[in-house]
Design a protein around this ligand. Sequence first.
Ligand code: SF4
Length: 305
Amino acid sequence: MSTPALRLLSLGAGVQSTVLALMACTGELPGLDGAIFADTGWEPARVYAHLDRLTGEFDRAGIPLYRVGNGNLRTDSLDPAHRFVSVPYFTQSPTGQRGMARRQCTSEYKLVPINRKVRELLGAKPPRLRTVPKGRVAEQWIGFSTDEISRVNDRPTNRYTLKRYPLLELGLSRKDCERWLKLRGWGETAKSSCIGCPFHGNAHWRDMRDHHPTEWADAVDFDHAIRTGGHRDGVPGLRGQAFLHSSRLPLDAAPIDRVTSREWADRQLDIFDELTEQGDPDGCSPYGCRSNNPAPFPQSTKEAA
Ligand code: SF4
């Protein structure tokens, strides 16, 4: 692969990528040419506030921060005129068979707009921004920490991106990153993920219900609206129901007060985390999709055919 023309940070705005961002802004990690944040349009207000604060740091350092997106995940999911958005809902067929819908939202709302921006920065021509000039490559910093070594995949994603994992090179774990942030006044860094992401665990839902009632009401409303798969008018071909909570009960009736043994052990609590040792770096990373489970029943007309 060619020598990188650019160094770009994939900024999820969670713990690990915030450390990389601040290290780049202070010069501790030199040479960053830009950071890219992919916005699903449905992050909690505190994530956007955190991003605004980070923007100030980037501005002071003279490093551009690009906010990109591919629509509003919440709005699109409920828009009958929009094509089906595949969110990893918990599903239950009429015969009681349980499953999970495919997770394509991360790719569609994060990876696709990030890659489009990378191609643009590398010189792809508008309006389609499809083709990167030959030999142009971007080094892309990804915030996986040492506890996530199993998630590192060095297979090239495309011919214009060279993945790099600075936290691994520095030997920093997620806990190290949390300590690093706390010492510098960034200890309140939250995970970034959609308000109504089905990957939230009970602790996350409880925190939302008890401390962020507007978000909770939003998630409950959304949960009721997706029962037929995402469109208020129903998705032709869908058999069964979809839910945000793994109990396959409406969110406002789900047993979110159940404290798991994992919680007692002060471990990470989200499904994100149950599937890995220490949890997702940014709540929802475009580079570590962990939902490969096909839905047990058709999700759309096309799949039902
Ligand atoms: S946070 Fe959840 S709903 Fe949002 S893009 Fe990621 S997986 Fe999809």
